[in-house]
Design a protein around this ligand. Structure first.
Ligand code: IPE
Ligand code: IPE
Ligand code: MG
Length: 248
């Protein structure tokens, strides 16, 4: 028993001198969190947005280089109009606040996904956020919005094919690195750690290319309940792994 608790304690101890460079999070479980409380799903999304603020700020404070979050998938349009509308409303609120506090927070923000189906107002807010924070150094937060891994790959293939037609690229010279340059994540290192909350054991079309050698951490905790302590557990678990990348 004593040994067990000692081991548990050791597992949540984070070595802040060797953090993963890039953490990606599938922020899942907002709906279940609301249901458990007899609240509408939209209340779960509002709570989830607060958790995102807390975790993103904390990641910046501990000196993480990159945080990528799955906010809205290319498949999430299948949800009731009211729920989609509420998520977009929360996004607008978040972006307006982020813009107002940008000079203080100095977090570089990027968006991965096809923003074209968003309202012109939201698109403009994303563009403005990206533009203002372009030169910030330190932490970069990537928000995956209308993002789908398969969409991203098809879009990249299309762009590459067009470059070949235009004489700017040659199929015989395509490499893994060059192909990466056609993805939303161009210039961003692959995630070292992918966290999924609320227990689902699947990728749900998230970072299909980039997660090739990521370590996975799945927790049953629902996203609105995710905390710094949970993040510590995930990082500690990551730090106890042996990454081999196919070697020995
Ligand atoms: C994640 O929470 C947020 C989005 C997908 C936008 P869910 O809304 O998927 O919550 P569950 O999975 O239904 O509990
Ligand atoms: C993945 O969660 C997408 C986001 C967290 C934004 P989903 O709730 O959409 O995934 P599935 O439907 O359970 O696979
Ligand atoms: Mg879900």
């Amino acid at each position: 028993m004593a040994l067990f608790s000692k081991k548990m304690a050791a597992q949540t101890e984070v070595d802040f001198s060797r953090l993963p460079r890039h953490i990606a999070i599938i922020m899942d479980g907002n709906g279940r969190w609301a249901k458990k409380r007899g609240l509408p799903r939209t209340a779960g999304h509002a709570a989830g947005a607060e958790t995102f603020r807390t975790i993103a700020t904390y990641c910046k404070d501990i000196g993480l280089d990159y945080l990528t979050v799955y906010a809205f998938s290319s498949e999430n349009w299948k949800r009731p109009e009211e729920e989609v509308g509420a998520i977009m409303g929360l996004l607008k609120k978040y972006l307006l606040e982020a813009i107002a506090q940008m000079e203080r927070d100095r977090v570089k923000m990027e968006f991965f996904g096809d923003l074209s189906p968003l309202t012109p107002e939201l698109r403009e807010l994303c563009e403005r956020t990206r533009e203002i924070s372009r030169h910030y150094e330190g932490c970069q937060v990537n928000i995956c919005l209308n993002y789908g891994g398969r969409d991203e790959l098809v879009r990249a293939a299309r762009a590459f094919a067009q470059d070949c037609i235009d004489g700017k690229a040659d199929p015989n010279h395509l490499t893994v690195d060059r192909f990466g340059g056609y993805l939303y994540s161009q210039g961003v290192p692959d995630p070292d750690l992918v966290i999924r909350t609320s227990g689902e054991l699947r990728l749900s079309n998230f970072l299909l290319w980039q997660a090739a050698y990521s370590e996975f951490y799945i927790t049953d905790v629902l996203w609105p309940d995710f905390s710094k302590e949970e993040l510590h557990r995930a990082i500690a678990a990551y730090q106890s792994r042996d990454r081999r990348f196919g070697g020995v």
